[in-house]
Design a protein around this ligand. Structure first.
Ligand code: GDP
Length: 300
């Protein structure tokens, strides 16, 4: 089930309660069951769904309530409880979100597997910051895949973002370092470093990420994850965590048929905040992500 349908189903389940004349345990249980089913069909981890259902049930404690007849108050409590619990499901608390500062260099390094949407997302983020008045440059540190530099160059040219890369240098660490140094000298405020997503061996890729990280000393490392892989997102994030201790995640391909729920809940469980979601192939298809905003939009 795609996310738009999930929102609709949860709304309908809550509406059933708000339309009822008397809000009793039976009505609440039906709603809880429907919300749980909808979440599971959207691929949210079953353990998280059970947890959410328990917490909701406790919050909406019908038996202990004297105002059973005061329907409006009760209904408001139920609506708020559903909203809050859904936010909790996708929220990561106590993690400071990186905010680039003007008039200084902010290096942002991207990691993620090939095909996740890394290069596209680098460009989207570059455009996002450029529109907010930052001087932004992009560095292609993927020397493994033939055509990687051409792709970044093409994206950057289209978006009018200055870029750096090399057709001849085969050491990605050197390209990354040189690119960042060049842009630093030219007083660029945000330098986005795109990296390789594939290697002969995974171990080599992770080693490369460590070395590039040491060379460019990023202020922020972002992992790009394809939302359509569902709950597998968590193990993929964990695999990268060791080599490149990224502080944030961008989930791509949240448009179309991605169930989304799986990836979002899996990532939330890995305690790393999602900061943006990719919602299409176009340069502007990037939306900032906060739990409240996302759930508000989901529930329309
Ligand atoms: P990379 O190998 O990780 O650098 O991935 P690319 O940036 O080349 O993207 C792989 C494919 O995914 C391309 O066809 C992109 O247009 C597509 N893509 C990237 N982000 C999104 C997104 O948010 N939504 C959709 N629908 N497609 C995306």
């Amino acid at each position: 089930m795609v996310l738009a349908d999930l929102g609709r189903r949860i709304n309908n389940a809550v509406s059933e309660v708000t339309r009822s004349n008397v809000v009793d345990q039976n009505v609440v249980d039906t709603m809880l069951k429907e919300i749980s089913n909808a979440l599971m069909e959207a691929d949210v981890d079953i353990k998280l769904v059970i947890q959410l259902r328990k917490k909701l049930k406790n919050k909406i404690d019908i038996d202990n309530d004297n105002d059973k007849q005061l329907g409006i108050n009760k209904k408001k409590i139920i609506q708020k409880a559903v909203f809050d619990e859904l936010c909790d499901l996708v929220n990561v608390e106590n993690v400071e979100i990186f905010k680039p500062k003007k008039k200084q260099t902010n290096v942002i390094m991207f990691v993620g597997l090939q095909g996740s949407g890394k290069t596209t997302t680098c460009t989207k983020l570059a455009v996002y910051y450029q529109r907010r008045g930052f001087k932004v440059g992009m560095v292609c540190a993927d020397t493994f895949r033939a055509g990687a530099f051409d792709q970044l160059k093409q994206n950057a040219t289209k978006a009018r973002i200055p870029y750096y890369g090399s057709y001849t240098e085969s050491d990605p660490v050197k390209v990354a370092f040189d690119g960042v140094e060049k842009f630093k000298k030219e007083k660029f405020e945000i330098i986005i470093v795109d990296t390789s997503g594939r290697h002969r061996q995974e171990k080599e890729l992770f080693k490369e990420m460590i070395e590039i990280g040491e060379a460019v000393k990023p202020n922020q490392t972002i992992m790009v994850l394809d939302a359509s892989i569902g709950q597998a997102a968590e193990s993929q994030a964990n695999a990268f965590k060791e080599s490149s201790n990224f502080g944030a995640i961008i989930l791509t391909k949240m448009d179309g048929h991605a169930k989304g729920g799986g990836a979002i809940s899996a990532v939330a469980a890995s305690k790393t905040p999602i900061i943006f979601i990719g919602t299409g192939e176009h340069i502007h298809d990037l939306e900032s992500f906060t739990a409240k905003q996302f759930i508000s939009k989901l529930l329309g």
